[in-house]
Structure formats: C-alpha cells, structure tokens
Design a protein around this ligand. Sequence first.
Ligand code: PEP
Ligand code: MN
Length: 276
Amino acid sequence: MEKKANLLEDSNLCVKNKGEIKINEKVRIGGDQILVMAGPCAVESEEQLMATAEGVKSSGAHLLRGGAFKPRTSPYSFQGLKKEGLKLLQKAKDITGLPVITEILSENEIELVAETADILQVGTRNMHNFALLRELGRINKPILLKRGFAATIKEWLSSAEYILQEGNTDVILCERGIRTHDNYLRNTLDLNAVVAAKSMSNLPVVVDPSHGTGDSKYVPAMAKAAVASGADGLLIEVHNSPNMALCDGSQSLDIEQFEGLICDLKALSRVLDRKI
Ligand code: PEP
Ligand code: MN
C-alpha cells in the first residue's frame, strides 16, 4: 500500500496498516466494502437484544453492536448488564452468525470482553486513556477507536498510535461528533475528519451518525453523507422499540427505519463504486 503523507512524527499509521482489516473469516473492513454495524446502545434484555439482532441481520447489517459496560455521564443512569450483557451478546452472535462489537471501559476487562467481542470499541470518553490503549495494542483483536468529543484530528490519530505502537495494527477510526459552540443537536458530526483521517493514514474510518446527531430523524441523512464523504463503514444505533430504550432511545432507529436506510445506502454505494 502506498505510504500516505501524514502530519504525525514517528508515525506507524501509514507504515504498518495494510488498509484492510479482517474481522472474521467472512467479514472485512476497508477496500471497496462499506461495513454496517448496528444494534442497541445498550444490551437491556434477552428479548430486546434478540429481536434487534434478528432485525438488523435481516436488513443487511454486517455486525451487531451493543454495550454491556456503559460509560454513562451520570452514575445514576443505567450502567449496562456487564457480564450478563456479554453472555447475551454471545447468544445473539451464535444465533445470527453476526460478529459483535462492544465497548471496553477498563484494562481489567479486556480478557473477558475479548472472549465475545470481534471488535473492541474504545468510546469517546476513553480516547485519552493511554494505559487502556497500550493494553489494547497487545491483543489480537481489531479495535474501534472513537474520537474524543473535544479532541482534534491529530490527537485522535495520536491515540491510534498508542495502539499501533504496541503491535496491534488493526485499528478502525470512528468519528462520532464533537462538541462545538452549537448545541441544537447533541454533537456536531465532523465529516471533515473522515476525509482528513483517510488522507493522513491507511486506517479504515467509520462514522457514528447516532451519537453525531443525537436524533433519529437526522441519522439517515448523515449516514448517507458519511458514506458519500468516503467512510468505510457506519456504527448505527437500532432498537426494536426505541421508545422503551434504557439508553439513547431518541437517537435509535427502529428496524423499519434501518431497513429503509440500508436500501438507500445500497443505491448510493453503487454510484460510488463500493459494496454494502
Ligand atoms: C456508544 O457507542 O454507545 C457510546 C457510548 O458512544 P460514545 O463513546 O461515542 O459516546
Ligand atoms: Mn449510545
């Protein structure tokens, strides 16, 4: 792969990554494939997870997302089902055959989470947790690194370096919206960052329009804009019954809305000469 010009000194971003990451025997990210990861913000119950997993699978998602360990702003909010949530994710994975992405909050849980997760997600709040990033650099599983909500593009890529430096080159970058002067929506989805990160590195870049907007009615438009900007994939919150969600219901698509979005994305990806 051609070495791209990059702005970081002593960088591994371009040298080591091959531009394509293998998630399992069937699923890859990078190249002409656009990868769709979908599911609830949090794993809440067996019924909720199974219904959502089946729904996103039949609509065409490639991976199931779902948080078992939840990093909530308030300690009084639902913190996730933790170990129980991982067991449910494993069950959903066995039933649907979909690989799973779930968040890792601490070094202490890496081994446990990696038993079920096909991709370990580092959330926006942990982008600066260098001890965690270093540990994740020593495992043999892809890492999705979300951009900190107040991080510059260079700081985000520097965090990726912490993982790469330890030997794990399977890093996927995820733009999920940043905090700006505007607070009409939950965040400002920065699609400049997609184009910039792709020009600065060979790492796949995905977009999370759910946290990027905070409102399900804006998610489809921004998901399409993300793909048009060159994103290699999407991380989308979908719930079988968004009104009942314990976490992020207002930004979650229902199954029908998700199915409609996939249909639009298929048409768009044909124009862009990519696959979904
Ligand atoms: C999530 O994906 O559910 C999440 C907590 O995301 P973020 O870290 O972007 O807030
Ligand atoms: Mn969420």
